[in-house]
Design a binder for this molecule. Sequence first.
Ligand code: DC
Length: 227
Amino acid sequence: MTMPKRLIVAIDGPAGSGKSTSAKFVAKKLGYLYIDTGAMYRAVTYLAMENNVLQDNEAVIKIAKSSDINLKFIDGVTHVSVDGNDITDKIRTPEVNSNVSEISKIKEVREALVEKQQEYAKRNGGVVMEGRDIGTVVLPNADVKIFLTASIEERAKRRTKEFEEKGISISLKEVEDNIRQRDVIDSTRDVSPLVKAPDAVEVDTSRVTIEQQVEIILGLIKKAWEN
Ligand code: DC
């Protein structure tokens, strides 16, 4: 598919809905920049844990504002570094999963990270950005907005498999409980909750393969590009 026009694509949805996997494929196929905004919230959470300040909002806000969080997408992996130190593996642990939603509720943390995300989108060329509030808050003028969903059982299965592949031992029930808890916090928080933007297209990925998901998303992008 030739798609010369550079579009801004926003993909939102809950944990395990297939955002990262399909967004990466779509960005690669189109030669667009891929930005995983969840990695930024995870980075701030990890730093707050390392500094023992999880309960201290002021200290967490200071971390979000002063840390130089960098995302580099290389060979299918979002490499995350803070002030030059690579923390790619450290941000994807069950411990970070348990704390990240509480950190993501803090308004000033969101403001600091949204600013960085909007800067990424301003760079020349197309962008596929994924998260929870991309279509609603970060890039409200995106050319294409997609909201991915899937059943909680399917999402928990996907995440458990990812942990297994990394050699992290965790039960399906534990993963499901964590996702359920994050869903509640992420979608009920006061500041930019996880909601479908009115102009987003909802895609249920429970019973579709990654290849099909990618095709659906590419089809929606093609439609926007032709308009
Ligand atoms: O996509 P993820 O599972 O890596 O995201 C981790 C957490 O970060 C998620 O539970 C909520 C938060 N998040 C957010 O609040 N806003 C975003 N745009 C992206 C992630």
